[in-house]
Design a protein around this ligand. Structure first.
Ligand SMILES: [Zn+2]
Length: 420
């Protein structure tokens, strides 16, 4: 059976894409929370240097890695008067699973069934991973079982690189000026922080950042982080009667007060939001609780935060000797508000998908991308799929055919913009 490519173009892009992808995933680029500089880890600079050099080799003479770890480059237009369009993917991988020493494996021509990885007993089982069932005949790339793969977002990086290399080698294909950016520290919420939008100079941009073939996303969560700091009263436990107030107990009481049968990640899907404690640490004197609050709707989001305040106030009132402080930090907003008034951004993508035989799947992202903040900062940036799955886990995998399809969509997208 012929491998299920979306088009001869996708097939033509696939081997170059695979070689690049395997190269990129072997560079350790996990980002680190609470960063002191940009990028948060030196491996991201290593991949940035590699990509700048590869872009230059393709013929993008201005390719450069800036002092904050962002890679920028320009592929000049082959037609006059088309708007400048941006392509963006992130360099870093998640700190949530082991990410050093990625040893990728290509499982050619997948024939259904369980994929057993050689290390740590990791298995990809179509019983629990239904997306695998649709991939018979695909070439599946995994890590070796003891690390994540890093398809998030090196599948996006490789798809952009393969598409740009193809366009650079084919000046007869119509294209606008393409601005390319690879960003650091997306996984810790900083991909857009030091992004130079004026210098990027694009009318709009597209991230390639997950997941299944056909997804086209112009909606993300709106996101707030809540930090609750508790100061207790420490006394020697042997003589503490009537005096000691444990900060840890107070923080735990707040966690225990959260709804359990609704408003949690494990009980919500689709357009439902949640409150999710991500970290609790402390002792008698001090305790620190972090939570993320998410919704697609700003009013509902504010309601979830109000509920969290109510619970916190109640616990605080019951423990008057403890000092409880709650701080809200806005992380990003649903990008739809910034994209929907700009019809061409999605229309051009829909045209590009159609040229690859794809009907766009328009489901909102239950998370954020660089595009969430970039859109708010003035650069409308929806998300295109990149063929990776099971992100931030040892089971992470990518379909070569789907990654190649994403690269082909980028080539079609370039052409679509020359007609606008
Ligand atoms: Zn990502």
């Amino acid at each position: 059976m012929a491998a299920p490519y979306s088009s001869p173009l996708a097939q033509a892009l696939s081997e170059d894409l695979l070689a690049r992808f395997l190269r990129y995933v072997q560079v350790q680029t996990q980002s680190k929370p609470d960063r002191e500089r940009s990028p948060s880890t030196p491996g991201q600079l290593e991949l940035g240097r590699l990509l700048a050099a590869e872009l230059e080799a393709i013929g993008l003479a201005d390719a450069e890695l800036d002092e904050h770890g962002y890679v920028y480059a320009t592929l000049p237009a082959t037609v006059a008067d088309a708007p400048v369009i941006g392509l963006i993917a992130h360099l870093d991988t998640s700190p949530d699973a082991p990410g050093a020493g990625v040893a990728p494996i290509v499982h050619r021509d997948y024939q259904a069934g369980v994929i057993e990885l050689p290390r740590a007993g990791t298995r990809l089982d179509p019983e629990t991973m239904p997306r695998l069932r649709g991939m018979v005949g695909h070439d599946i790339v995994t890590a070796s079982g003891d690390t994540l793969l890093g398809a998030d977002d090196k599948a996006g990086v490789a798809a952009i690189m393969a598409a740009v290399a193809h366009l650079a080698a084919h000046p007869e294909l119509p294209r606008p000026t393409l601005r390319i950016a690879f960003t650091p520290d997306e996984e810790i919420g900083h991909g857009a922080t030091l992004f130079d939008i004026p210098r990027f100079g694009a009318r709009c941009a597209y991230t390639l950042d997950g997941s299944r073939r056909g997804e086209l996303q112009d909606e993300s969560f709106s996101a707030i982080e809540v930090r609750i700091d508790v100061a207790g009263v420490g006394v020697h436990p042997g003589t503490a009667k009537g005096k000691l107030v444990s900060a840890l107990m107070v923080a735990a009481e707040i966690v225990a007060g959260l709804p359990k049968d609704r408003l949690t990640p494990a009980t919500t899907s689709g357009r439902e939001g949640f409150i999710h404690p991500t970290m609790l640490e402390g002792g008698t004197e001090r305790a620190h609780l972090r939570l993320i609050v998410r919704d697609f709707d700003e009013q509902l989001l504010a309601g979830h935060v109000a509920l969290l305040r109510e619970i916190t106030d109640r616990v605080s009132a019951a423990n008057p000797a403890a000092r409880v402080e709650l701080q809200e930090i806005r992380q990003y907003r649903n990008m739809r508000a910034y994209i929907e008034h700009d019809q061409d951004v999605i229309a051009a993508a829909v045209e590009a998908y159609a040229a690859e035989g794809l009907e766009p799947i328009r489901e909102p992202i239950r998370g954020g991308t660089d595009g969430s903040r970039l859109s708010e900062m003035g650069l409308p940036t929806p998300n295109i799929f990149d063929g990776g799955h099971e992100y931030h886990s040892l089971r992470e995998f990518a379909s070569l055919q789907d990654m190649a399809c994403a690269a082909a969509v980028v080539v079609r997208l370039a052409e679509a913009w020359t007609r606008r």
